[in-house]
Ligand binder design. Structure first.
Ligand code: PMP
Length: 457
């Protein structure tokens, strides 16, 4: 039995909570900007924006004021009984960030719900347009798309799905485009095409008439460690989906709302998805909020065929939408997308610079402030560190002890590999990046000493 099973609450009595956490953590007191304080007085830099959520930073007074104003009017009005201005305004604002034709929004309360909504929208569109044989959604391995059964079916993460595979329709997976690991004579762009062509091969294997959609993160999140495919990948995936009538879904739950230095990560490439899932930074942690963005050309046939058979009680509630609207307002007013691009370049250069001192950093990647570093035994071969070292866990703990919160996983490609993500809020300044780097360097020195890893002089 681990200590987790005998967990005590803050008052010393047995706790009634059973979230799975790696470690016990201090009680939170307050949070402001990129900082968060525990009740014992310790101050932390929120270097992962929670779980890549708090894009605009903690305690933004404009958002809090907008929430207070809305709360004083109405916190909840059921959408079948009342329309509300906040949800109309937030929908209108959201589509401003997309492209012509992408003009319908469906609000939800989180990332899993946003992904579920995309899967069900794709399916109802297929049924409404005479393509009822299409049921399979291809995704990538590894990938994380959520914890509800539909989102889990497209999640490529064996430990998470294993207990449930017998009770759900597990979906086909293709390898994530980990071109940086390949040791062949191809250029990166050729590798990008090779990974995209795996989608076509899988569509053929499944039977094109049975394939409904392909879902991917345009810039990977925690499971792949901010994986960015070679540019050639995105256009080829779009072509393949078009050729076979397969709907392309971008899960931008983590990459969206400015984190990669564009409002949508999709904007980094000319290819465009058919459906988009948003959450996390979209509500920036102020309220549970997410959205599916869909084109009218898909929504209309579904509505005409009897309506979208889907929805959540809390969807589009006035408080969540008022907060979301204020979050987008702050992203614009403070030019946080631009700042994410600028500070992302700075932080990425600083993280890349760590490779001189730490030969066990094999790769630094990502876009904007969705950045990760991979820890390896050997940079040339990209051989992973022994599992028993628990490097991904230790780096987080050593940083935490030093007042820096980062995020990590041991997943990559077809194997396991340690990486950590550094994704501070998009309000981060150059001075704060210095502060993050100082603690990170101290952390990596401690990691090297503890795990007996080499450090350059
Ligand atoms: N998709 C992606 C890419 C995510 O990162 C997450 C959350 N980590 C989800 C979906 C699920 O979001 P939620 O936890 O809000 O349900």
């Amino acid at each position: 039995m681990t200590s987790e099973h005998r967990r005590l609450g803050s008052n010393g009595a047995p706790s009634h909570l059973f979230y799975q956490t790696r470690q016990r953590r201090p009680l939170v007191d307050r949070a402001e900007g990129i900082y968060i304080w525990a009740q014992d007085g310790r101050r932390f830099i929120d270097g992962s924006s929670g779980a890549m959520v708090v894009n605009i930073g903690h305690g933004n007074p404009v958002v809090l004021e907008a929430m207070r104003r809305q709360m004083e009017k109405a916190t909840f009005a059921y959408r079948l009984h009342f329309e509300n201005e906040a949800s109309e305004a937030l929908a209108a604002k959201t589509v401003e960030y997309t492209w012509p034709g992408m003009d319908k929004v469906f609000f939800v309360s989180g990332g899993s719900e946003a992904v579920e909504s995309c899967l069900k929208m794709a399916r109802q569109y297929a049924v409404a347009t005479g393509q009822a044989s299409r049921t399979k959604v291809i995704s990538r391995f590894p990938a994380y798309h959520g914890s509800t059964l539909g989102a889990l079916a497209v999640t490529g993460y064996t430990a998470l799905s294993a207990p449930f595979t017998a009770m759900m329709q597990e979906m086909p997976k293709i390898p994530a485009p980990t071109a940086y690991l390949d040791r062949d004579d191809l250029t990166m762009e050729q590798r990008g095409l090779r990974y995209a062509d795996m989608l076509e091969a899988e569509i053929q294997r499944q039977g094109p008439d049975s394939v409904l959609a392909f879902i991917m993160e345009p810039v990977g999140g925690a499971s792949t460690g901010a994986l960015v495919a070679p540019d050639s990948y995105y256009g080829r995936v779009r072509e393949i989906c078009d050729r076979h009538g397969v709907i392309l879904i971008y899960d931008e739950v983590m990459s969206g709302a400015g984190r990669t230095g564009k409002f949508l990560a999709a904007e980094h490439w000319p290819a465009r998805p058919d459906l988009i899932a948003l959450s996390k930074g979209f509500g920036s942690g102020y309220v549970p909020l997410g959205a599916m963005v869909a084109p009218d050309r898909m929504v209309q046939p579904v509505l005409e065929a009897g309506g979208f058979q889907h929805g959540y009680t809390y969807a589009g509630n006035p408080l969540a939408c008022a907060a979301g609207l204020a979050v987008l307002g702050e992203i614009e007013r403070l030019d946080l997308v631009g700042n994410a691009a600028r500070m992302g370049d700075l932080l990425k250069a600083r993280l890349t610079g760590l490779m001189d001192r730490y030969p066990f950093i094999g790769d630094v990647r990502g876009k904007g402030l969705l950045l990760a570093a991979e820890l390896v035994a050997d940079r040339d071969s990209m051989q992973v560190l022994p599992k028993g070292l628990n490097a991904y866990d230790r780096v987080v703990e050593l940083a935490y002890e030093r007042g820096l919160i980062i995020y990590s996983r041991r997943t990559r490609g077809g194997t396991e590999g340690d990486h950590f993500l550094v994704c501070p809020p998009m309000i981060v300044t150059p001075v704060q990046i210095d502060e993050i780097m100082a603690i990170l360097t101290d952390t990596l020195d401690a990691l090297a000493a503890e795990l007996n890893l080499p450090v350059a002089a």
